[in-house]
Write a protein of this length. Structure first.
Length: 313
């Protein structure tokens, strides 16, 4: 399985010593079959127009509500920051592909794709872990509720992300693509099993307890279900396609399967913040009319939710 954006690798990095180096091209090797590449680039443009403002708004909301923060806010803020950074690199990618043709800029772009490959799955896994402990093992969750534990886990994720991105930037490491294969398969399996366990526990306990706790459980059920939908939509396509790389011809995999598979992963930079914002009772800094256009479910949720039942993200 190849790493993200290998279809953008310049020809002078892939050709042999006895071949003439070609100019840097966004369609390198796929000049006559560009549909998959254009599809991925189109979704990355959506990240710029919608994803960056949405992620910055998520960060602003978390900062504004820091006195009433939840245990997962540090993961949500880190994920939003990384997604905003990834989206900001798209215009630079276009400029480098069509104008600059700079190897230094190309290295920075490879680093940003390494960040996207790693930070999203790992921080979502941390959020799933936090929810899993809170619902399935509440006693253990109480013992590990201090912010220091989440800061330490976040630092570990940042360290793994930057190490992977640096190795991706350097390139030439043997079997390096297997690192991403193992990571995406492991994190996808963990997130699906974790969220399925949470949903089962919430559904099983739905009729137990006091009546005033039922809305909280119902809201938690919807939150976890939305996370599970994000996981399936954004991560299932690459998980399902990339392990079967050997069954495709190299050209088909490079020009169609790979860019289309990664496009589902890349568009998560827009979907994740929008889903978070739609779950809020009220989105600060935005008029209600604007919110209703994006989140049709918000007015109904407001009528049923009290301030004490604010979703934890």
């Amino acid at each position: 399985m190849a790493a993200n954006v290998s279809w953008l690798t310049p020809a002078n990095e892939t050709t042999g010593n006895n071949q003439t180096a070609k100019p840097f091209s966004v369609f390198d090797g796929c000049d006559t079959q560009v549909e998959g590449i254009l599809y991925d680039l189109t979704l990355q443009c959506i990240n710029v127009v919608v994803g960056i403002p949405a992620n910055l708004l998520v960060i602003a909301v978390l900062v504004r509500n820091r006195k009433e923060s939840t245990t997962s806010d540090i993961y949500l803020g880190s994920l939003a920051f990384m997604d905003a950074y990834f989206g900001s690199m798209t215009p630079i990618s276009f400029l480098n592909l069509y104008h600059w043709h700079s190897k230094e800029v190309w290295s920075a772009l490879k680093f940003s794709y390494g960040v996207k490959d790693t930070s999203g799955p790992l921080f979502l896994s941390c959020i799933c872990l936090d929810r899993f402990l809170a619902v399935v093992f509440p006693l253990a969750f109480g013992r590990f509720k201090r912010v220091e534990y989440r800061l330490s886990l976040s630092v570990l994720v940042f360290g793994l992300t930057f190490a992977y991105s640096a190795a991706k930037t350097v390139g030439g490491l043997p079997d390096f693509e297997k690192v991403f294969t193992g990571e995406i398969l492991a994190t996808f399996t963990w997130m699906v099993v974790c969220n399925a366990s949470i949903l089962w526990a919430l559904k099983k306990s739905g009729g137990v307890g006091k009546d005033d706790m039922r809305p909280m459980k119902r809201k938690a059920f919807k939150i976890v279900l939305s996370i599970l939908c994000i996981i399936v939509v954004n991560y299932l396509p690459p998980v399902a396609l990339f392990p079967f790389e050997d069954y495709y011809s190299p050209h088909v995999f490079r020009c169609y399967v790979q860019p289309i598979g990664f496009s589902f992963l890349n568009i998560s930079s827009t979907i994740q913040p929008l889903v978070y914002l739609c779950r809020l009772d009220k989105v600060p800094f935005l008029p209600d009319a604007c919110v209703r256009k994006w989140c049709l479910c918000v007015p109904q949720e407001k009528d049923k939710t009290t301030p004490a039942q604010k979703p934890s993200g």
